[in-house]
Design a protein around this ligand. Structure first.
Ligand code: FAD
Length: 602
């Protein structure tokens, strides 16, 4: 399939990219390829109850500079301010488009403005958020290929640092697909199930961030040699226990409070200890998210848990009760099911809060992902190389969870970043109108590699004497628990309270190397398992990047997300820097190095 612009992943960023590519590239062929179906794919699949990134500039509510200051403080000093500013100055127009397309945004009857959940968030009736956004992308795209999982990006035959397209397979009929394109935008989401989840048994698929976010964005980019940043910046979220229900509407709109088991407010209790370890970031307003986690974890370590969120104190009107229930029904239905099944009436009983397993993402409260060029008008020389949101590989762009260094984009910011990347990709295609070439030899090798798990199954199954265990292979679900256990125990999952040290990390790396060797022996009995196998490959490469970055950063920058017990302090003198990496697929070697973190907004 040949196209001008290929968009990998039709989630929020992918849909934004398709919309904007059509606007600037009227006559270009714009193709989306999506492993699920774009109508209900990605992290917004279930719907959302709030848009978390909206400035409200037409009402003078916030400025892009305010947003940069907020994200800088929340990320303990480390954000790409050019990228944050660029999102902030454009995001309102995205939200206005959503409303025009039919997304019901809730208004405040008194002010006549959008009803705020918090300073940056607005409330929506968002069950159908994704289908509404996907409809606009469907109208804009030349063609959408649903149910195709992209396994590899492919480089130009004559220039290894120029992307030429991608390959993958149809998860329903097994056809092998080759996509050639002049520019590629990767928008394939974040990564879950890298660390052992809290959920167990038949509930083990349940995570807060979407379980179908499988690290493709990072692994596809690493595989072609793109530079990554902040892969050590894991996200741990505090959520309603067992259902992973988000807390935003409860804390911000309904003003619920959290206490320890004995009814005590604990959040500011550790401020002196926190200041001694993490410096003046503790005085930031609002209090950084990771430090709130840190206070909660200190309470748990002291044995004063469970931590409660007091829903019963705030549901005193019908309107508030509806808001509380709809918050979950629009976004995380499982939380209301947990309430029902555990006899919790939120009007009468508080709910328990718990910290999640770590996730990797570039769009939420952390900023792992690709190192990308910023916009020409504001990015300093260190952050600009020709095209906005282009990675260090020519013609390869990213958006949403894919792009590192710029947290707090959320759904609206991810769509906006897709738009920014697409506008630049159109310019790239106009400047480079030739279709890159892919060698037949490399395609033949890739085809063989993609279907290797099926071949492994065909030959290995004959050695099964009883049950499903073959001495020649492992299944993806067996590998994933091995990966999760390794990451949890050695790289700071919830088991050891997010704590690790160099000795643990180095042992983790040895085990990871063995795991990667064993991946050659993964088996798939059918296409469903083949998809699971490739999701696992992507998770493993992402996990290795996380591990190596965690070894490299010798400080505790984001307590509450990860603690380096051997370097318990935040060290601005030596580590007010981005940690970047590159992987060479042909040699298996990694390079880790630093890049400056520049302050652009006073
Ligand atoms: C429970 C939950 C609550 C949230 N709450 C809010 C909120 O209240 N407000 C808010 O604004 N944001 C919220 N977010 C965040 C928001 O959903 C994300 O920031 C946003 O969806 C990220 O956009 P993206 O395009 O990068 O990724 P996604 O939207 O996840 O899109 C990635 C797409 O890539 C596809 N894909 C992945 N791998 C491949 C592959 N190999 N080949 C082909 N396709 C692939 C996926 O199927 C998916 O469609 C929430 C997210 C979750 C999970």
């Amino acid at each position: 399939m040949n196209s001008d612009i290929l968009i990998i992943g039709g989630g929020m960023a992918g849909c934004g990219a398709a919309y904007e590519a059509r606007y600037w590239g009227r006559n270009l062929s714009v193709v989306i390829v999506e492993k699920a179906h774009i109508e209900r794919s990605g992290a917004v699949a279930m719907g959302l109850s709030a848009i978390n990134c909206y400035m409200g500039m037409r009402w003078n509510e916030n400025t892009p500079e305010d947003f940069v200051r907020y994200t800088r403080n929340d990320l303990m000093g480390l954000v790409r301010e050019d990228l944050e500013f660029d999102i902030a100055r454009h995001v309102d127009s995205t939200v206005h488009l959503f409303e025009e397309w039919g997304l019901p945004i809730i208004y405040d009857n008194e002010t006549g403005r959008y009803k705020r959940e918090g300073k940056w968030q607005i409330l929506i009736h968002g069950e159908s958020y994704k289908p509404i956004v996907a409809e606009a992308a469907t109208k804009a795209a030349s063609k959408i290929y649903n149910r195709i999982m992209i396994t590899h990006l492919v480089a130009d035959e004559h220039n290894p640092n120029r992307v030429a397209g991608a390959v993958g397979f149809n998860v329903r009929d097994g056809s092998f697909y080759i996509f050639r394109a002049k520019a590629v935008i990767v928008a394939s989401g974040g990564a879950t199930h890298i660390f052992r989840p809290r959920s167990v048994g038949e509930g083990a698929g349940r995570t807060w961030y979407a379980p179908w976010s499988t690290g493709s964005a990072y692994a596809l980019l690493l595989g072609i040699g793109a530079e990554m940043t902040q892969m050590e910046n894991k996200l741990v979220v505090t959520r309603f226990k067992d259902g992973y229900g988000p807390v935003g509407a409860w804390f911000l709109a309904l003003k619920a409070v959290a206490t320890n088991a004995y009814g005590e407010n604990y959040e500011q209790k550790y401020i002196d200890e926190q200041r001694a370890l993490y410096g003046n970031y503790v005085d930031s307003k609002p209090f950084p998210t990771c430090l709130r986690n840190d206070a909660l974890l200190r309470e748990i370590k002291a044995g004063r848990h469970p931590i409660y969120i007091h829903t019963e104190r705030v549901l005193d009107t019908r309107e508030k009760e509806e808001l509380g229930h709809e918050d979950f029904l629009d976004m995380t239905m499982s939380q209301t099911i947990v309430w029902a099944s555990q006899n919790i009436d939120p009007k009468k009983k508080p709910s328990e809060l718990q910290t999640s397993e770590p996730y990797i993402m570039g769009s939420h409260a952390t900023c792992s992902g690709a190192w990308a060029s910023g916009p020409q008008d504001i990015s300093p020389a260190d952050y600009f190389w020709g095209y906005n949101r282009m990675t260090t590989v020519n013609g390869l762009f990213g958006a949403g969870d894919t792009i590192g260094g710029s947290a707090h984009k959320f759904s609206s910011g991810s769509f906006t970043e897709g738009r920014l990347a697409a506008k630049a990709a159109v310019k790239y295609v106009r400047d480079h109108p030739e279709l890159p070439e892919i060698s037949e030899k490399s395609l033949a090798e890739l085809r063989q590699e993609v279907f290797l798990p099926i071949a492994n199954y065909s030959s290995g199954r004959n050695l099964i004497v009883k049950g499903t265990v073959s001495p020649l292979y492992l299944y993806a679900d067996q590998f994933v628990v091995r990966l999760e256990k390794l990451m949890d125990e050695y790289v700071g999952g919830w088991g050891p309270m997010y704590t690790t040290n160099e000795i643990l990390l180095n042992r983790g790396l040895e085990l990871m190397t063995m795991l990667r060797e064993d991946l050659r022996h993964i088996a798939a009995e059918n296409l469903h398992q083949l998809q699971r196998a490739w999701e696992l490959y992507h998770r493993v490469l992402t996990a290795e990047a996380v591990l190596r970055h965690t070894i490299f950063r010798k400080e505790t920058r984001w307590p509450g997300y990860c603690y380096r017990a051997d370097y318990p302090k935040l060290d601005d003198e030596n580590w007010h820097l981005f940690v970047n990496s590159k992987f060479d697929q042909s040699t298996g070697k990694w390079q880790l190095f630093t890049k400056p973190c520049l302050q652009l907004v006073p």
